[in-house]
Design a protein around this ligand. Sequence first.
Ligand code: SIN
Length: 254
Amino acid sequence: MRIEPLTVNIGAQIHDVDLATADASTFIDIQSGLWQHQVLVFRGQSLTRDSQLALGRRFGELHVHPALSDRDEHPEELIIKNRGKSKTVTEVWHSDVSCDDRPPSISILRAVDVPELGGDTLWASQYAAFESLSEGLRNVLRPMNAVHINYQLTATHPVVRKHPETGREALYVNAGFTQYFENMTREESRPLLNYLVAAGSSSDISMRHRWQANDVVIWDNRCVMHFAVHDYGDAARDMRRVTVRGEVPLGSKG
Ligand code: SIN
């Protein structure tokens, strides 16, 4: 397995790995690559629905998206298709389903059909985002919590999250789910939330992936936000996402 870093702050492309057949020691290398680079890109894979689900289970118990249920045939697979720009919910900087008490840790996204032009996804390092803030603001944020709401779920999480594998601090608010800071009004919260999401999505801490069919990207929601650009009109785009159930987020003090 060869790891090619994509930027200084975030992302690596992994070469010479077949995700469907990776042995135990390769899987350990993939995990440590993920902890270090936060987002891993694998080109030309041969994953099917079943082998993608099996790959997810190697990371842990799978998460079921709140829009799906046991009534669905494969509730652990989220199908993300182009339903038009106005119905797109992923064109916003977010961390997957952060409104859950135990939000997904890892997301595995597989490209089945991609538009000829456009449809890229961006990810931003929330370690680098937190490190970019002044010491004064970092100290203000460390004891704070924020309320995340969507899909009839509400969860309160630390604004600064300690990653359980790396021990690093990451900013953990996003534009998709975070509504306000605990013990503050929405109006009071909005300017600081906007500031943090802007700092957390700055282009110098981001990477952008141009998809090809059969690409697989794995990311760690505990330390990245992502944004799916809808710039492909009515063209077909068919992506399959499997997520791993995460832990209750820990604050800075861990
Ligand atoms: C997502 O937000 O998980 C989907 C990203 C994408 O469709 O590129």
